[in-house]
Write a protein that binds this ligand. Structure first.
Ligand code: ATP
Length: 238
């Protein structure tokens, strides 16, 4: 598998606050990678940094070997990364269909044809087809999460960054979400998924990185990490 997203020794800052310390991480084509860690460990910051939303003062960030560090977020999105933020951010006054419309982007790479359209997202999330003309602010948390993912897919990402996608959702909805993400995985979409607990995406994931205080403390296949239960307890909290 060739490398899709690579962060190499990245130092990132919010103002003067040094938040990521020499973070190195890779997601290969088609791979699902978990980013684990307690509240405040730096998971959201890694995703926002990859998207060009956080100041970086050291290291490098590449997509398919090409430097994306310093590019504007919309350029990075166009090149194939889609961020699904933790707070979902649907446009509450717009309909489901209008939200999806806003996610549409022409891929800038001619080798990556734009496969996602209304038909394709409705096939993946049939409930959204029924809700097309509903105002998005009236949807349940689970429906809003599906809508945010669907809207991001409309931009034809090759890599999805999902920030705590299961947070606050009922267990039955989390199961549906896991199934949908498994389908995306089969379609070859790579994912970096952040979580505070491992139960949700474990079955989907190839590898995991475990963070604490803005640094990567452990990395490896999930089973390898299982061999270090004390690390789970310390860094992830279970
Ligand atoms: P959570 O589960 O709460 O989202 P996280 O692992 O995603 O946690 P981050 O949100 O990346 O963690 O936060 C990493 C560190 O950066 C924390 O110490 C946090 O207080 C700090 N931080 C986050 N956002 C900002 C900001 N806008 N300005 C200053 N510091 C911030």
């Amino acid at each position: 598998m060739s490398e899709l997203l690579t962060l190499e020794n990245v130092d990132a800052y919010y103002g003067r606050s040094h938040v990521l310390h020499a973070v190195s991480l890779a997601v290969r084509r088609g791979e699902v990678v978990l980013l684990l860690g307690r509240n405040g460990a730096g998971k959201t910051t890694i995703m926002r940094t990859a998207m060009g939303l956080v100041a970086v003062r050291g290291g490098d960030i590449r997509l398919r070997g090409r430097r994306i560090l310093g590019l504007a977020p919309h350029r990075i999105a166009q090149l194939g990364i889609g961020l699904v933020p933790e707070d979902r951010r649907v446009f509450a006054k717009l309909s489901v269909r209008q939200n999806l419309e806003l996610g549409r982007k022409a891929p800038s790479d001619p080798d990556r044809p734009g496969a996602w359209n209304f038909e394709a997202v409705f096939a993946l999330f049939p409930a959204l087809a029924e809700l097309q003309s509903r105002r998005s602010g009236t949807l349940s948390g689970g429906q809003q999460q599906m809508l945010t993912i669907a809207r991001t897919l409309m931009g034809n990402p090759e890599l999805l960054l999902l920030d705590e996608p299961a947070e606050g959702l009922a267990p039955v909805i989390v199961e549906v979400l896991a199934e949908r993400l498994a389908t995306l995985r089969h379609q070859g979409i790579a994912m970096l998924i952040s979580e505070q607990n491992l139960t949700f995406a474990r079955a989907l994931a190839d590898r995991a990185y475990v963070m604490e205080s803005g640094t990567i403390r452990h990395q490896g296949a999930i089973d390898e990490l299982d061999a270090h239960p004390q690390a789970w307890t310390r860094y992830v909290g279970f």
